[in-house]
Write a protein that binds this ligand. Structure first.
Ligand SMILES: Nc1ncnc2c1ncn2[C@@H]1O[C@H](COP(=O)(O)OP(=O)(O)O)[C@@H](O)[C@H]1O
Ligand SMILES: [Mg+2]
Length: 375
């Protein structure tokens, strides 16, 4: 028995590949064909590792050769699975974005999003160009906190490429995973999928020039964080915690997550939210309902900067709910607390950029009490 490669190719052309409207040869799956006497070896390259697809391809090839070439041919099929395209692009600087700050918390509900929204508004008030990326796949809350729930990002043309245009309010450019999901629909994102969506929101978005891009991370320290963080060139991270023990234990894990070798993101510091309760009519009274200075002590213990205390105030919650972050108001006890916090975040970013090798072209210099960002 002797076979001709052409006949085998013809046989393989009778196999249709489901979903593609192409036959197996056209789809590019056939990598090589070899014949030795009565033996035919076909190398296939498939894009899916699913076992039933592999089996099906193997059976199809055998059948086609037996039917169209020779009933008694000994057919051997080698299948290789093509590695999926990598979405990881760690270290790739994003043109125009000088600093990416990730905001994390070990535990949910500690006020991570509230702190991030107010930090963004304050940075904008200080004159910085600010973007905010809400990557909390479990509960994106930024559209509500910025009162833009009903908006949808439009596509704009930048240098011949279409890009997603962030929604702007309160001086902050915003993109949220919440713009792309239905409000009442539970969406379960897997790490790579979330990382891909986020990559698009960063690299395929028209952010323009930004001094700071804040990223509101999902709570916790799971796989999904690895995916997100390895895909973004993060300048530094801040960790939000309440002074309560359960939150502190998780915040400790949060810090450890950034410091682990595979992530290696500098921790700019810890923020203590709900540090104490203050009734609006008695602003000098402080009630340490979640414990006193727990996050501050954790920062000392872990030898990372302590960035500030934010009190628990009813109007912070109310302002968040109506989409008008509390830091927009001037001269209130909490707007002053946020100002101190924001200045510390800027200062720690300055220090980080001065002391560590720039992963991207980033440098911030401090000027006249306040701060400015330069290239
Ligand atoms: N300092 C604060 N004072 C009053 N309410 C707050 C404060 N920080 C957060 N909240 C409220 O607590 C709830 C949880 O905050 P959120 O920012 O959504 O937490 P997370 O993003 O960590 O899950 C929200 O209702 C928010 O308005
Ligand atoms: Mg949140």
């Amino acid at each position: 028995m002797k076979f001709n490669r052409k006949d085998i190719l013809k046989a393989l052309e009778t196999i249709s590949v489901s979903g593609e409207g192409k036959n197996m040869v056209e789809s590019g799956a056939v990598q090589n064909i070899m014949t030795f006497g009565d033996e035919v070896v076909v190398d296939l390259l498939l894009t899916t590792p699913a076992l039933h697809i592999k089996k099906r391809a193997e059976v199809d090839v055998m059948k086609a050769i037996h039917e169209h070439v020779h009933q008694k041919a000994k057919v051997k099929v080698n299948i290789k699975v093509q590695a999926p395209e990598k979405t990881e692009i760690k270290g790739k600087a994003i043109p125009g974005i000088k600093n990416i700050i990730a905001v994390a918390s070990g535990k949910g509900g500690v006020g991570k999003s509230t702190v991030t929204a107010n930090l963004a508004v304050n940075l904008a008030k200080m004159g910085f160009k600010v973007g905010l990326l809400d990557s909390d796949i479990y509960g994106p809350s930024m559209p509500m906190m910025f009162d833009v729930q009903t908006e949808k990002p439009l596509s704009v043309n930048v240098d011949g490429k279409s890009k997603m245009k962030p929604i702007e309010n309160h001086g902050v450019k915003l993109l949220s995973i919440g713009f792309f999901t239905k409000p009442n629909q539970a969406v379960i994102w897997r790490g790579p999928m979330a990382a891909k969506a986020l990559n698009q929101m960063i690299f395929d978005a028209a952010w323009g020039e930004l001094d700071f891009l804040l990223v509101d991370l999902p709570p916790g320290t799971g796989d999904i964080h690895l995916s997100i963080m390895q895909s973004l060139p993060i300048t530094g991270a801040v960790v939000v915690s309440t002074p309560q023990n359960v939150a502190l234990a998780d915040a400790r894990k949060g810090v450890a997550m950034f410091q682990q070798e595979s992530i290696d993101v500098p921790v700019l510091g810890i923020i203590e939210n709900m540090a104490y309760f203050t009734p609006e009519e008695l602003p000098d009274n402080k009630y340490y309902i979640f414990g006193k200075e727990g996050a501050k002590m954790l920062a000392e213990d872990l030898n990372v900067p302590f960035l500030g205390q934010i009190p628990l105030v009813q109007s912070i919650r109310e302002a968040g709910d109506i989409g008008h972050p509390a830091a927009l108001q001037d001269n209130t006890p909490f707007s002053r607390a946020f100002e101190v916090l924001t200045q510390n975040v800027v200062q720690e970013t300055v220090k980080r950029n001065n002391s560590l090798p720039p992963t991207e072209v980033i440098k911030i210099t401090t000027m006249a009490g306040c701060s400015a960002v330069n290239k």
